[in-house]
Design a protein around this ligand. Structure first.
Ligand SMILES: *Cc1c(COP(=O)(O)O)cnc(C)c1O
Length: 379
């Protein structure tokens, strides 16, 4: 039997070959390979989609975070709060801006930071709070706004998993002072290479970001600040703009497939399914289950042998990564994030999976858990 791949980009490219080739040909024929109408049109459409006034395309999600922090005026001597369990770039962006990432623990059933965990991480130097809408489930930005205001800090969404997700009916991307999106190929809206963008209602911030992404260049040969080379290119912008039309349908498909998992895995011993808050409309960037009893890696190996690819988002909490070994954190600092890191298992889920593949993955997981006696007190 053909394996159930974790994601399958080649399947997508084959299905949409003609549309993709037409877009690439159009951009090549235009002779414009930096900036121009393709980028402006995507920025306009994506801002409208998120319900914000502005979107500023940049080279990656990491840069979207780092440039926004710099545009906030944050740098050396400042602290920025990030979750202890996230993609490492959330913290790296803080480091790139010259500030210090300070970690906050998360809730056990969603993996999200809360007002309580973030408040516990506030220092006199806290200048920004960066919640991650992990796996496409929005963080409670209303509660976090109160903590940010009390600390005199800015609130920046890391929306890399959350294109189209809603918090109390409002789209992620428009829930804070600004939001950073990644269009890394695996993301809900994925480019064909690296790309990212910042959304905001703040005109001054958008103008500063346009300077920072292009070496600080304002008018001809006048560099107003020490900026970066971090642009969204027209080819990616044109492809993303075409994909944006399908984003809601693809997210709907992710929801339907997540529902298949919930139905088939609910109540299975040895497993916890991801929680969904009443106020959230998640978009399921991943479907992370928790495997009990320190058996995650064994389960993952057995699934692979059964032809089901999985992933782990994320196996090493950021404060325990080698790249932050010099920062003085240690094991035990964020117990919930650490416990989750050892149990997380992301099951295959993208809009291009067939339902029978998801059913097969769920069945394989049940079989493996039973065979390894996970949840039977045998661990
Ligand atoms: C992917 C990701 C990023 C970084 O985005 P890049 O486009 O890869 O730079 C940041 N934060 C989170 C949560 C991510 O998943």
């Amino acid at each position: 039997m053909t394996p159930v791949r974790y994601v399958n980009f080649a399947r997508f490219a084959e299905r949409h070959r003609d549309e993709l080739h037409a877009i690439v040909s159009r951009v090549l024929a235009s002779g414009v390979y930096i900036g121009g109408d393709e980028v402006a049109s995507f920025e306009r459409d994506f801002a409208r989609y998120c319900g914000t006034r502005f979107a500023v395309g940049v080279a990656s999600g990491t840069d979207a975070l780092a440039l926004t922090l710099r545009a906030f005026g944050i740098g050396p001597g400042d602290d920025v709060i990030v979750p202890a369990n996230t993609a490492v770039p959330t913290a790296l962006a803080v480091t790139h801006a010259g500030a210090r990432p300070v970690f906050a623990d998360v809730e056990p059933d969603t993996g999200l930071v809360t007002a309580e965990t973030v408040a516990a991480a506030v220092t006199p130097r806290t200048r920004a709070i960066v919640p991650v809408h992990l796996y496409g489930h929005p963080a409670d930005t209303v509660a976090l706004r109160a903590v940010a205001n009390a600390a005199g800090a800015r609130l920046l969404e890391d929306a890399a998993h959350a294109h189209g997700a809603r918090f109390r009916g409002r789209r992620c991307g428009g829930l804070a002072d600004a939001a950073a999106f990644s269009f890394y190929p695996t993301k809900n809206l994925g480019a064909f290479g690296d790309a990212g963008c910042v959304t905001t209602d703040d005109a001054e911030l958008a103008a500063e970001l346009r300077l920072l992404r292009a070496c600080g260049l304002a008018t001809d040969y006048r560099h107003e600040c020490k900026g970066y080379t971090s642009r969204l290119d027209p080819l990616q912008a044109a492809l993303l703009r075409w994909k944006l039309h399908s984003l809601d349908a693809w997210n709907e498909r992710r929801r339907a497939l997540a529902h298949v998992y919930a139905e088939r895995l609910g109540g299975v011993a040895g497993l916890s399914l991801p929680a969904v808050r009443a106020w959230a409309e998640p978009v399921w960037y991943a479907y992370p289950v928790l495997v009990h009893g320190a058996r995650r890696d064994a389960v993952r190996r057995a699934l692979l042998e059964a032809g089901v690819e999985t992933n782990v988002h994320y196996p090493i909490p950021v404060h325990l990564q080698p790249c932050y070994a010099d920062a003085g954190w240690s094991a035990g600092d964020f117990p919930v994030a650490e416990a989750r890191a050892s149990q997380l298992l992301s099951l295959p889920l993208d809009p291009f999976h067939e339902e029978h593949e998801i059913v097969r993955a769920a069945r394989a997981l049940r079989d493996v858990l039973a065979r390894l006696r996970v949840g039977a007190g045998a661990a």
